[in-house]
Write a protein that binds this ligand. Structure first.
Ligand SMILES: Cc1cc2nc3c(=O)[nH]c(=O)nc-3n(C[C@H](O)[C@H](O)[C@H](O)COP(=O)(O)O)c2cc1C
Ligand code: SF4
Length: 661
């Protein structure tokens, strides 16, 4: 008889009416999960360097457990070998000894405290591991394609058997710590996927050969883990449905589906359908991939096995998974990044508060941080990874102030609602008629940038709820400041656009990037974009899509210096695909009729054909600073007005000043 771990009644909630398939029970093994929602396992580098669970990790997980409203909440994958070859992240939780059980129990208890189902994940990172040691392990010695990873060497037959036993022992510890469900991570190039793949498994013993042989290690792990867990604890596995490794002769999709059937035969109680490897050359989860793009893979998985299929991968809103579940093409909606960005995302869906969701913008900064051995950070959620730190939450202000915020862009709006939540009287002014600042134009760039506006939509809602007064179409002048005489002024005015110093810099064929994106400036056929950061790249791609011949000239040593490494590679490919040449570490020396002169960092000069020059280089904006200082008013400068950077800096600046005023 299957056991329901926690009673939940969703019937009176608006979200359960709008998305009935998401809030229906499901049986997995011998447990009944109250809904179809899962927070998928997520490394966050928050644990100590010996793999012990920290307060930061517990607080992080507790918040996500609250978010799943009774669903599945998985902790990050643990490494299981004392030699640390399977460790992929410096702050990854460990489970190679019983001494880790008390810390893991804190996580299980925190999840149960929110009446959610606690999931434990086993994750030997295989060829993506060995972060703290010189070399890693795998089925065969196949050189790494990505330089960031360590060399790895073939495991002996005895070492494979030892690894299987390590997984079984770790699963037993997870159960002793109180977890309700165990998951084996076989995704993106971690050890299990290394065994399964024809790219990385060249063995000739019983763990290699055809797809059955390559699946043998997985089969032994599933069977061993099932046995140690007993009938009451379901055991699932995350498996690639498509490796996207055709260029290095990885598994075919048919072979991948074979691994699903073999996992089911071995006793897996569910499969989480994943795709792609870190070494794959195809993008899977960045913003340029449309939401819902991969759901057909869940459908195919369901056609191949009978056990429940779960899937994440760019499913950031409830409508698509609700429909897919209703159509029988998916069983459980997994989420990783959407709950990094907003831990209460599904709870807000249930409560009919979708307009209060802070949506992930699929920038992959969270991943980039992990690979640089830093604690995880979210681009647009300043509280992420600070859940344990009281000082990061908006506290009631000791003295209620009248706060004037100049600029209704992402930094100004963020600061505004946070300050208002603390009890300040907040007025936001903007000379534009619409909030959003330069994001209004930036979000018109191609490859998914329209999703950036979700950040402003969230901030507008928060401002409305916190009672912030917006004064749109109102330019702040010296007179207005003197008239209002607020206690605090926050300058969130956005950047100033630089002037091209050489001859022709103020010519009629020189236009501003915002005017171009807004469709207000005329642009000729041969276009030079001045500035090789993201605003320059965005406008260059926008115009190339209209058939213009675009060249970028910028001062940074590399184009896209301000884009996260985990996303920047996509932009570099798009520049090439759109025939855009970027002259980096260069400047414009002179603009004349029909051409510009580019000057390289070492003084070399050459002409480039040009009808229009677009200025995207930016500088700090100190307008109004002296006026405010002269009045002796408390002053803060945030966002691009302080130093031109990106959306993330704007949001984080706004939040941090909002909690300080
Ligand atoms: C920061 C980060 C950490 C992750 N850590 C894990 C992990 O520990 N185990 C795992 O199986 N998958 C891990 N993943 C993969 C996610 O669980 C998920 O499958 C993937 O991000 C796609 O879902 P999404 O589009 O909802 O983010 C991680 C992903 C991210 C972004
Ligand atoms: S860092 Fe970027 S990709 Fe990661 S959760 Fe935040 S917004 Fe999403």
């Amino acid at each position: 008889m299957a056991k329901l771990l926690f009673e939940w009644d969703y019937s009176s909630y608006p979200g359960a009416k709008a998305y009935p398939h998401l809030f229906k029970q499901i049986q997995i093994g011998n447990i009944i999960v109250p809904n179809r929602i899962k927070y998928a396992a997520t490394e966050e580098n928050l644990n100590d360097l010996n793999g012990f669970v920290t307060d930061a990790d517990v607080a992080y997980m507790k918040r996500r457990a609250e978010g799943v409203v009774g669903g599945l909440c998985f902790m990050q994958g643990v490494y299981m070998d004392e030699a640390r070859k399977g460790q992929g992240y410096v702050g990854q939780a460990a489970c190679w000894d019983d001494k880790y059980i008390p810390g893991l129990k804190r996580l299980a208890d925190a999840i149960h405290g929110e009446k959610a189902v606690a999931g434990f994940q086993l994750m030997d990172c295989g060829r993506v591991g060995a972060v703290e040691v010189d070399s890693g392990h795998g089925p065969s010695t196949v050189p790494q394609r990505l330089r960031i990873f360590k060399p790895m060497y073939e495991m002996t037959n005895a070492e494979v058997k030892e690894m299987v036993q390590q997984s079984v022992d770790a699963a037993r510890r997870g159960v002793e710590a109180g977890f309700d469900i165990i998951e084996i991570s076989g995704i993106v190039g971690y050890l299990i996927s290394n065994f399964l793949s024809s790219y990385t498994n060249r063995r000739t013993d019983e763990y290699g050969g055809d797809i059955r042989g390559r699946s043998q290690a997985m089969v032994e792990i599933i069977q061993g883990v099932k046995e140690v867990c007993g009938p009451d604890i379901p055991v699932g596995i995350r498996l690639c449905s498509e490796e996207l490794l055709d260029d290095v002769r990885g598994n075919t999709p048919e072979e991948s589906m074979e691994t699903y059937k073999i996992a089911e035969e071995a006793g897996a109680d569910y499969i989480s359908c994943t795709l792609g490897w870190q070494e794959s050359i195809y993008p899977v989860i960045s913003r340029d991939i449309p939401q819902g793009n991969w759901l057909h893979l869940a459908k195919r998985a369901k056609e191949n096995v009978k056990i429940p299929i779960q899937m994440a991968y760019r499913l950031f809103t409830p409508d698509r998974p609700n429909k897919a579940i209703g159509d029988g093409e998916l069983d459980i909606w997994e989420m990783c990044r959407s709950m990094i960005a907003d831990p209460l995302m599904p709870k807000k869906v249930l409560e009919g508060r979708e307009d209060e969701i802070r949506h992930c913008v699929a920038c992959n900064l969270c991943l980039a941080r992990l690979f640089r051995d830093a604690p995880m950070t979210c681009y647009i959620n300043p509280l992420c990874a600070h859940e344990h730190d009281e000082s990061f939450y908006p506290q009631k202000a000791e003295e209620e102030k009248e706060v004037m915020i100049v600029g209704a862009g992402p930094s100004g709006l963020e600061c505004a609602y946070v300050a208002a939540q603390r009890g300040h009287e907040v007025h936001v002014y903007d000379k534009r008629e619409e909030p959003g600042g330069t994001l209004l134009e930036a979000s018109k760039a191609p490859y998914g940038d329209e999703e950036l506006m979700t950040c402003v939509n969230y901030q507008k809602k928060m401002c409305e709820m916190a009672g912030v007064e917006l004064h749109l179409g109102t330019e702040v002048t010296e007179d207005l400041i003197q008239e209002e005489m607020p206690d605090t002024v926050v300058l969130a005015t956005g950047p100033v656009y630089s002037k091209i110093q050489g001859p022709g810099g103020d010519g009629e064929n020189v236009v501003n990037v915002l005017d171009v994106m807004a469709g207000k400036a005329e642009v000729g056929e041969n276009v030079i974009v001045w500035g090789n950061r993201k605003p320059g790249i965005g406008v260059a791609l926008h115009l190339a899509k209209q058939g213009k011949k675009v060249t970028i000239v910028g001062k940074e040593k590399t184009a896209g210096f301000d884009i996260n490494p985990s996303f920047k590679w996509r932009y570099m490919i798009y520049l090439r695909q759109n025939g855009i040449m970027a002259y980096n570490d260069c400047d414009i020396e002179k603009i004349s009729e029909g051409e510009i002169i580019v000057k390289t960092f070492d003084g070399y000069r050459f002409p480039v054909k040009c009808d229009t020059v677009i200025v995207s280089e930016r500088e700090a904006n100190d307008s109004l600073k002296k006026v405010v200082q002269a009045e002796g008013i408390e002053l803060f400068v945030i966002g691009d007005a302080l130093v031109p950077r990106n959306l993330s800096s704007a949001v984080h600046d706004g939040y941090r000043i909002g909690i300080r005023i």
